[in-house]
Design a protein. Sequence first.
Lengths: 545, 91
Amino acid sequence: MADLQGIGVSPGRAAGPVHRLAPPPPLPPAPAVIDIDAERSRARAAVATVTSALSERADAAADATAAEVLRAQVLMAADETLLDAVDTAIDGGADAPHAFVAALAEHRAAFEAAGGYLAERVSDLDDLRDRLVAACLGLPMPGVPSPGHPFILVARDLAPADTAGLDPSVVLGLITAEGGPTSHTAILARTLGIPAVVRCGAVLDIADGVLVSLDGSSGAVAAGLSDASAKSVNDAQRALLDRRSASAGPGATADGHPVALLANIGSARDLPAGVDVEGVGLFRTELLYLDRTEPPSFEEQVAAYQQVFAALPGRKVVVRTLDAGADKPLPFLRLADEPNPALGIRGLRVARATPAVLDTQLSAIAAAAAASTADVWVMAPMVATAAEAAAFAASCRDHGLRTAGVMIEVPAAALRAGTVLRDVDFLSIGTNDLSQYTFAADRMCGDLADLLDPWQPALISLIAACATAGREAGKPVGVCGESAADPDFALVLVGLGITSLSMAARSIPAVREALAAHTHDECVQFAKAALAADTPTAARAAVRP
Amino acid sequence: MPTRTVVVGSASGLHARPAALFVAAAAKQPVPVTIRTGEKKAVPARSMLSVLSLGAKKGTEVTLEADGDGAQDAVDTLAALLERDLDAEDG
């Protein structure tokens, strides 16, 4: 048995046979002479193979959006004009694989030129091209395999298109060679509740079918298990989940110190049935604005916010105002291309040039709040100074919103947390962005994952500064980054004085259990030890020696 | 030759679900129907790739055209579909 090590990004243990994500097929050199009839029938056979495989996947997809994407791909693959263009290319001397590439390249250019939603669909076209080429060459279909039994998915990294409709009942665990704790893979795995380990380079050497186990907390991966030990890993995990699903009620330490356990959501759909939540600590409103050429109307926003508020009667819902920027471009904001979008016009800064978008949003939130019993709080993203915070809070109050706060994602705001708190009612620390800006390390840069580790002492120091400022002002300070979902880190946060933890709803039971097992005083001792540590490893050891 | 110019009514434009519904409806018509935006080349309405490549957004004017028996009905049916907000409809 071989032991490997990666970074655990989605807690839980799982065991099963390895099946890897097939890479896109390499395009062979173009042949000098081709048999036109043979190439034409090869192209037709490829279309038939791909359309039937995609239709099957669409029928089996658990998620309605994923099924829709797949059905659109079926329509594209079966498109007669595609086959016409392929025939023309074959007549011109291309073999079938090159003919597909050429025919789809034209549409790819049109999609890119159209921008917005269509530009984002370019990856669907590329996926279709890879599938058609693979079918021509008799290679396995690129993408998530379907071996017909539950398995552990292994990949170099996962793109959003790979994971559309990933079914947690079949994909027991994820192991990637690349990626980081804030990568798409990690966020997706936590949302679906699939145990995951990233940055485990050696995993690519394990052959398909070999039994492996993974621990999504410690990052440990073991290869070459027996059937019996794989079964015992999964049985233990199932027993743990059963026990947790029975857990409910507000979060508190063993001695009754309350810690609100809240959910991060993008729409009412992210509140899974059967998970007990005290409220929502981060309602991301971007979903409404994506794929649009004009901002959503006041009425449309009121309806969307009401849907969420209605699902949480009498409970707290923290709405984050639009967090867009050059990294998440929206055409109606007309943001110029920036060489460094993470440091550019994003979050609250967008309102400098386009105040109307924020104004409409605040009016819509206020109208929806007035029509519901939910306790609606509002916060702004990407705040750097106390003046920005004060201006935002004043604007909220002008709109009739009583509880206004800001996110702490920029070190400048964390360092001056006391002053920032003077004019707002609460702080919410976004640890993902706060890490990125504190360590000058791009969130998407997997090679810098060690710097983006939430256990980095400098990050813990900044969180501590915010918590202290909150205690002095008598105002709540929450954490809504992914780090709150790590049960051990949650203990440290509570010990630092953080009053609420917001995370993917599925992560709540494990955190609730960890808090219930420790007293507040123990949490304070953990926090002191973590603050005194010099390295992330030493900080972790403070909680789990 | 029956021709109709209408404005795309779907919130997301002639993309995704609205495009899929439109293409499926066009394929059911007894005659081939073409669609174009502005003065650009007309493309077959039953071609998903071509329809998507138009990049028609909510409010974009598109022109439908068909010829032969049942052409008028075909153009009218598809025009009515384009004018609706297909994103807002369930099913």
